[in-house]
Each structure stands twice: as structure tokens, then as C-alpha cells.
Design a protein around this ligand. Sequence first.
Ligand SMILES: Nc1ncnc2c1ncn2[C@@H]1O[C@H](COP(=O)(O)OP(=O)(O)OP(=O)(O)O)[C@@H](O)[C@H]1O
Length: 941
Amino acid sequence: MAGKQTRRKLVEPLEDAPEVAAAEKPCAEAASSAEPPPAPSPAADATPSMAQFLEIKAANPDCLLWYRMGDFYELFFEDAVAASATLGIVLTKRGKHLGQDIPMCGVPIHRADEYLHRLIKAGHRVAVAEQLEDPAEARKRGAKAVVKRDVVRVVTPGTLTEDTLLDAKARNYLTALFRAGGQAEAPLALASIDISTGEVEVGEVTGADLSGELARLAPSEVIASDMMLADAELRGCVTRVGASTTPVPGAYFDSLAGEAALKKQLKVAELGGFGSFTRPELAALGALIKYVELTQLGRMPAIRPPKRSGSNAILLIDAASRASLELVRSVAGDKQGSLLAAIDRTVTGAGARELAARLSSPLRDVGRINERLDAVGFLVDQENLRSDLRASLKSAPDIARAISRLGFGRGSPRDLAAVREGLSTAERGAALLAGEGAGMGLPLELGRIAGELASASGKLRADLAAAIVDDPPHLKRDGGFVREGYRSELDEARRLKEDGRGFMAGLEAKYVERTGVKSLKVRHNNILGFYIEVTQVNAKPLLEPPLADEFRHRQTMANAVRFSTAELIDIEGRIASATERALSLEQEIFAELASAIEREAGALGRVAAALADLDATASLAELARVEGYARPMVDDSQAFDIRGGRHPVVEQALKAARAGAFIENDCALGAAGGAGSDDEIADNRIWLVTGPNMAGKSTFLRQNALIAVLAQVGSYVPARAATIGALDRLFSRVGASDDLARGRSTFMVEMVETAAILNQASDRSLIILDEIGRGTATFDGLSIAWATVEFLHDVLKARALFATHYHELTALARRLGGVANVTMDVREWQDEIVFLHKVKTGAADRSYGIQVAKLAGLPAEVVGRAREVLALLEKTESRKNARNGGLDELPLFAVSRPGPAEPAGPSPIENAVDELKPDELTPRAALDAIYRLKALRQGGA
Ligand SMILES: Nc1ncnc2c1ncn2[C@@H]1O[C@H](COP(=O)(O)OP(=O)(O)OP(=O)(O)O)[C@@H](O)[C@H]1O
């Protein structure tokens, strides 16, 4: 109610028509849908308010304009129509423009974040125009003066800072995309920033790796030039990761301006200390900074030195593989069911973001991986230290986001308290690592973290602790967040205010006595301020002499009459000025502390990052301990030797459902073949995995890919032991699905993805392929699968797991030295099938499809009939095979293929050439020889 009243009081009409408290009315006056809302075109006769609105709107044509009027943000014209449809709020009208009703809707400021969130999610951009002066100031310029307003910020998906608009556990990247010269084959530069924390990352990728890189970064908004966004393929890559695209002028991408902007932001004269940047990278960084400045009206968060990404730094995983491995999101799109959900034991939002970032970007560098593993290993062993650190981190607020909000001038007293708590946690963390950890000699990574934590400013923490109350309010505007005793002037003003309130209470008793009205009350509201209230029946004596001289009538309500007195006004004035003074002192203190924080933003950013690193590391240690993971050996070899491996997600799901233990399996690919390996299958780079449906093939394939990812993240892995030669690329195709939106069938998707693998993989890659070729006719599919395995084996020499239902493929193991057959063990019991989920050497002899169908509940007569048909088919097939001499006689083996195929004997034409003795030939015999060779070439005798 108070909000509505304030709105009535403060807003000036947009048009000279009588003011309508529009949003309070029911929907009946919704603008007619038959007629489009009038476009806000400028008009010579527009009122000053309207002229102001139109001017601001014209400067922000691509945004919904939120126009602050009192305690509401109002939207007008087509913005109102769009917002009311998205938000489901009342669309009404207010005044007229060019003779037509102006559609309008409004959002109360106390619910602004919620509505903003919904509009941004729905793909809108919002320009927020605030009142830049008190309406009282405006009134001083004349009754019709318009309150000054302007846009203070443009809100887009990639430029959010409020906790209520952000996911605490997810990074929110804005990414600038740039290709030098616009040539299709030139590499693409990507620069990303999370303005809620100041994190920046930059790198270059080839066009083929773009979709994987975008899937890794998962930006919520991508900016690029119009020309680049006109490329449908490129635009598709962006929209497929769920990012909104924002075209910006090509001139934003200027490497010289970018370099200057970056130096300015990092407050350095040279960038050399942060690594070297290519011209396209600087251009992308420049565009990013410019866009943030524009949307934030010149404000920038304290940005951190850019992290280098790009293809050499990280294990490359393309978009399809990321989706199929469900690294940070399940196929259904939720975190639930993903690898991240299974391994996340962090206790802070910043730690969760760091862990998600690590999981999205596993490392390539063996040294870095082992540094992380050393740190995790240390905390695995030091149980007490780990649990003390985690307990301390639990209370750490999100200081990175608090600092950024303060930098943008959007901070609240809670953000000051957050920095205070964060600094205390950092001090405690540093002390714990220095105390308990030091004796053991901290590993490098933990030593670095301890150093950063110890560098936190003790003075700033002490200042904040002295200034800010333990549990400050959300809003700074109402004050009440500075501790008593911090500043004497503030204490004095507060005392005056309290005295005034005491007087006011005394006044009520005095007036009760003077009037004899026992129910007389001194009350307060936003419109009248303080007033004296009596019921109608008691009002009479106050309205007549002698009391009427003292009690001035102010308002008559249905049941009550309100009065004021000179004394009341005097005390109210004193309270008001003391309140105002206290409030302005608190705002002053807030500004001082906020700028102290801003001055130390760089160091505070490092403390925030160190806290996040510590949480992520301790979380991985906790995971390793609780789930019984082992430290992997990661080196530069080509080994892939997993002993007793488990699927991290399926294992936990089985445990949660009490559905029995997960059966562990070995997987030894490549040259290493560790101790105790099965001789028959060790040293084979490629395993062909056969076995019935539901036997666990997909689970086995994925678990090995996930173990590799975890190892390169620097995490312990769900296995008894693992030795992994660091991978450059990981490919996974498990259960391709239709991509009808892009006009591709299941088979087409599968082939496009297989082509991507065969074109990009190297002998350092791991490839997981599940049932390639199954989406087409049997022989086509079999042939493609066959040729794929040959290519992987002969040309790419990659490590691969290949699950298939084509039992014919198992013949390849006999012909290709590096291919082994393994199968999922099953037992038959009284015509039922029991899955043992154990991988063993050899090929499956049958597929048990009918038994699985029976398990799935197919009607008995269908199952019975299927058995008959199968028996018939098998009989026919075996007769055919007997005639053809088996699969080895199929043309599959006759087809020439690249690689070290056995050298065939000389051809007839070669024999004929060899037999020629040129010196002994007569011209006639020479001519005959030419005719004979020609005939041989054409297939003759
Ligand atoms: N090693 C294991 N230990 C215990 N349970 C397992 C194991 N592997 C798989 N399972 C269980 O078996 C189910 C089926 O596994 P999976 O989907 O991997 O089979 P599949 O052979 O790939 O089947 P399809 O060929 O039909 O895709 C899993 O959901 C899981 O519950």
C-alpha cells in the first residue's frame, strides 16, 4: 500500500491528461489488440515528460525501457505490450499520444529483480532509466518541471551482477567472437568475461573446434559483428549452446584500441607480464570491454588478468562429445545426473563455479595436472586439515561477486559484510595451511593458495569489522548498517533521533491527558508524517475551542480524524533532520568503505580466486576419500590402463537406489599394458566391445572416457589404479539422436560426427564409439563401421573403444594387430538372461535381443513368433555362409585400404612388362607387345 501511495505522490503525469494510477486498475482497459500500439514517434506538441521519455527510448531502441516513476518501473508503448505478455502482468493505458491511448504496465521496485530475471530469460534486453534527482528538487524548478532521468544501465544476459539474477554455482560468460579479415579458414578469437566476478579468458580456435569451444565456455551472450553473425553456420554454433547473440559494429573489434583498453583496465603499461596475445585476441578483448562499458554506462568491474585458453592448453572435447558424456549437464539439460553433480562436494558458490570450470576444461599439460593432483592428494591424506578448511569455507560468502557489485555502484551493506567475512575466512585458511600444513611441506599448488590467502588485507578486514553490523540489511538507502561507536557524529545524530522519538511517545501521554481521549494515538505514515489520531466520536472537542487552537485538523477518514500540533511538527522536524544526517553519514561511510575495497580490488580478486581454488581442491579430496577414488598416474606416454574402473555417475545412482554394487572393469588400451594385464588384450589400441543390449557396453565405454576427463582435471578417479598418457582430444559418440531441427536424420548426424572424429583425431586421442552405422541398412552400416575401425587402426593409430552389434566386425581382430575383442559377460538361466556386467576377452556369440525384449515386457506371442523367425533366419544365414566360405570371403577383405596392408603379388600387367626384353624386340613384336599390354589393362587375357 505504501508503495502505491508513494507512486501517486511522486510521479508526474507522462501526458497532461489527468493522472491515472494505472497499474492499480484491473485489466479491463487493456489496450485493444486489434490496433497496434502507437509507436513512440517524436511529436512537436509532446509534453516535457513525453519528450523526455521519447528521447531516452530513441537512444535505446533495441531494449525494453524501464522508466522509473516513484516506486515503480513503468513501461510504455510496445515495450509495455511485450513485457506484459512475457510477465503476465496487467496491461493498461495512461494518457494519449498523437490521439491514441498509450499502453502501459508497471513493475514495483521491490520486485524488480524477479521481473528483470524473467524478461532476460525470455531473451529481452532491458534499459533501466532511473530518476537522477529527488522529485522535490525538480519541483523547485517549477510545478511542471520534469524529474531528471536517464539510463543508468542496460541489462543483457551476459551482463548480470545481482545474486538474484545469477546462478550461484555457474559462471555467466559474455563472449566476443572475432575472425580476422573475415576469411573462413582464419582462426577465431574468443574473449570471455564474467562481469559478476571480473574473470576473463581468451584464446583462439579453428573453425572446426568452434562449437566445442562454445560448449566449453557456455556463454549466455555472444557479441560479434553483423557480418560474422550473418554466417548461418557460425550463428547456429552460438544458438545451439543456448547463448543469445548481440550484433555489434565491426569497428568494435580493433586490436590497437583493445590493447589500450586492456592495459587501462589492468592498470599496466605493458601486457607482457600476462602472456602474449594475438591481434585477433586483442580485438576480441577490446570489443568485450567496449560492450561492457556501453551497457554499464562507463563502469567496469576490476577485471582479472586474462586466462589463456585455446587448443594447446586444454583437452579438446567437441560439443557432441560434451553432450554425450554429460559432463556438466545431463542430456535432459539438468545438472542432476551429470558428472559435475556426482563429483561436486564444494561448500561455496565460487568453489562450485571453479570446479565446473575445471571440469569443462581438463588440462593437457602433464606438469599442471600433477600439481593439482599433488594438492588433492595432500588433502586426501590430511583429514583434519581438510575438514577444518571445509568447515571454515562453508561460511565464506561470494566475495568476487560482492566486489564486482560494489565496483558497479550496485553494492549493498551485505556486500561489505561479505568482503569482511571473506577476508576472515582467507585469514583462517592461511593460518590452517601454515599451521597444520607447514610441517608436512605444502605441495606447490597449496603453497600458492596459502600465499594468496595470507596476502589478504588485515587492515581492510579490521575496518569493515569495526564499521559494519553483524547482520546488515539488504538496502543501503535506509541506513542501519553502521555499528555504534564507529563514528561519533553518527552516534550523535542517532541519539538526537532517539530523543525525538522519546519526546514523541511523551507527547502522546500529554495529549491524552489534555484532551481526556484515552484512545488518542500519535501515528506516522509516509504521506502525512506524524499525526494525532482520534476516533470520529472523540473528535468533537478537538475541533472546537479551546482545543481547536492547538489541534489543527488535517484529515477526516471513515472512522478517524487526524490532527497535528506545532509541537508535533517541531519534534518531527528535529527527528527528520537527525534522521537525514544519520542517513547521509551512513552513505558517506558506505562510499568510503566501497572505495577502499575498489582500491584493493586486484588483490581481493586474487584472494577470492584462491578461496575458490581451495574449495575446489578440498572438494576433490573429499570426493576421493568418500567415494574411494585412486590417484591416476598421468604422463606423456600413450598408455590407457584402467584397473578396476567404475562409472562415477552410475555407481552413485546404484548406491542411492540400493540396487547392488557396481561391477568394476579393466580397460588397457595402447602400448603400456600395465602389470597383470590380460596378455590377449593388452597392447591393443582398439577394443571392439560386443554383448547383448543392457549388458553394460555404453556404461563401460563412458566410464573410461570420464575417468580420462577426471584424471586430466587433476582429480582422483573411480578405479583401483589408472595410468593415462595425457590425451589431446576426446571423442565420444554414444547413442546419436535425431537433430531434426537442423534437418539431419539420425544417420546423417552420426556420419557428420564420425567424419569430424576421423578428420581431427590423432594418436594422442581417445575415441569412444557406440554402434556407428546402425541407423542405416545392415550392410551399409557394417561396411562403414568396418572401414572406420580400419582407419582408426591403420591411419590414426588412436586409442578407441568401439561398441557394436555387428558381430561380423569381430573378425577384424584376426586381421588387425592392434584390435582386440571383448564382450560383456552374461549367463543364461532357464531361458532367462542374467547380466554380469563384467568385461571379458572374446566376442559375443549371440545378441540375446529376444531375451531382452522379453525382459522389457513384449507380449508373449510376439516373443514366441520372434524366436521362430530368428531360427529361420539363422538357418538361412548359415547355409549362405557355408556356400560363400564365411565372412572372410566377403568383399570387405578384398577392398584395398590405406595403411600397412599385406603386399599383394605382381599383377598380370606387371608380369607382362617384366617379361619384355626391349633389346630383343623387332618393331613388329614391339607393336604386338603394346597391343597385349593394352588388352591386359582393359581386363582381357
Ligand atoms: N558395471 C556395471 N555394474 C553394475 N551395473 C551396471 C554396470 N554396467 C551397466 N550396469 C547397469 O546396466 C544398465 C544398462 O547398461 P548400458 O546402458 O551400459 O547397456 P548397453 O549394453 O549399452 O545397452 P544397449 O546396447 O541397449 O545400449 C545400466 O543402466 C546400469 O544400471
